[in-house]
Design a protein around this ligand. Structure first.
Ligand code: NAP
Length: 226
C-alpha cells in the first residue's frame, strides 16, 4: 500500500475510520470524505474533507479534485458512505425507499463517477464498495435498505465490466458489524459472532491490493462468525 492514495467516503464513521487505520498502517496516504462537517477521533495524518453530500455530483467532483490536488493522484476509492433503516411496508413510510436509494445507491454511483477520471489516470485503480449481506436475501422490514444495497451490488458488477482491464471494481458484503449502535439495538445478541470493523477493513484492503489484481466484479461476503 506504500504511498497509494486511498479516498474513503463516509470516512468519519465507524467502518470508514477502521479502513483508514488499516490503510495508514499499510503505508497508504488517506483522504476521508463525509457529510458531517467534522470527524471526531480521526487517525492522525488523514486529509479530512467534511460537509460533502456525495449524492450531489458537483460536491463529489469538488471533493475528489481536492484529494488529487493534495496528493497528486487518487489510486483507491472505498465507498463506505451509507445508512440503514428497518421498517415494514405496512407500518413504514414510502419516502424511506427514496431516502435509502439516495443514501446507499446514488452516493456510491456519484462517488465512482467523480473519482473515475483520477482512477483512470492512476493506472492500476481500484474501487471497493460496501454492500450488505442482508441485501442478498431480504428479511422482513429490510425491503428499502436491501433494495438500495442490491443497487450497489449491481453497480459493482456493471462497472467492473465497463472498466475491465483499467480499474478493478469489487464489493464487500458485511453481515452485522460489531458497532456501538448495533450493540445498543440488539443487547441480547452474541457480539463475538459479529464481524468487527477491523475484519471488514482487512477484506477491503485485500481487494485494493496488488494481490487482488485479477479480481473484479466480486461480491465478497464478510460475515464474521454468524
Ligand atoms: N453497521 C452494520 O452492521 C453494517 C452492515 C452491513 C453494511 N453496512 C454498511 O457499511 C457502511 C458503514 O456503516 P457504519 O456502521 O460504519 O455507518 P456510519 O458510522 O453511519 O458511517 C457512515 C458514514 O457515511 C456518511 N454519509 C451518509 N450519507 C452521506 C452523504 N450523502 N455524503 C457523504 N457522506 C455520507 C455518514 O455521515 P453522517 O453521519 O453525517 O450522516 C457517516 O459518517 C454503510 O454503507 C452501511 O450501510 C453496515
Amino acid at each position: 500500500m506504500t504511498d497509494r492514495v486511498f479516498t474513503i467516503t463516509g470516512g468519519f464513521g465507524i467502518l470508514g475510520q477502521a479502513v483508514a487505520r488499516a490503510a495508514l498502517a499499510g503505508g497508504a496516504r488517506v483522504a476521508l470524505i463525509d457529510f458531517a462537517a467534522e470527524g471526531r477521533g480521526l487517525p492522525e495524518g488523514v486529509l479530512a474533507i467534511g460537509g460533502v453530500d456525495l449524492s450531489d455530483q458537483t460536491q463529489a467532483e469538488g471533493a475528489m479534485a481536492k484529494v488529487a490536488q493534495a496528493f497528486g493522484c487518487l489510486d483507491v476509492l472505498v465507498n463506505v458512505a451509507g445508512g440503514f433503516v428497518w421498517q415494514t411496508l405496512e407500518g413504514g413510510d414510502l419516502a424511506a425507499w427514496s431516502r435509502m436509494f439516495t443514501l446507499n445507491t446514488l452516493t456510491c454511483a456519484t462517488a465512482c463517477k467523480a473519482a473515475l477520471p483520477h482512477l483512470l489516470a492512476a493506472g492500476a485503480g481500484r474501487i471497493v464498495n460496501v454492500g450488505a449481506g442482508g441485501a442478498v436475501k431480504a428479511a422482513a422490514g429490510m425491503g428499502a435498505y436491501a433494495a438500495s444495497k442490491a443497487g450497489v451490488h449491481r453497480l459493482t458488477e456493471s462497472l467492473a465490466e465497463e472498466l475491465k482491464g483499467k480499474v478493478t471494481v469489487n464489493a464487500v458484503l458485511p453481515s452485522i458489524i460489531d458497532t456501538p449502535t448495533n450493540r445498543a439495538d440488539m443487547p441480547d445478541a452474541d457480539f463475538a459472532a459479529w464481524v468487527t470493523p477491523g475484519e471488514v477493513a482487512q477484506a477491503i484492503l485485500w481487494l485494493a491490493s496488488d494481490a487482488a489484481s485479477g479480481v473484479t466484479g466480486a461480491l465478497l461476503p464478510v460475515s464474521g462468525r454468524v
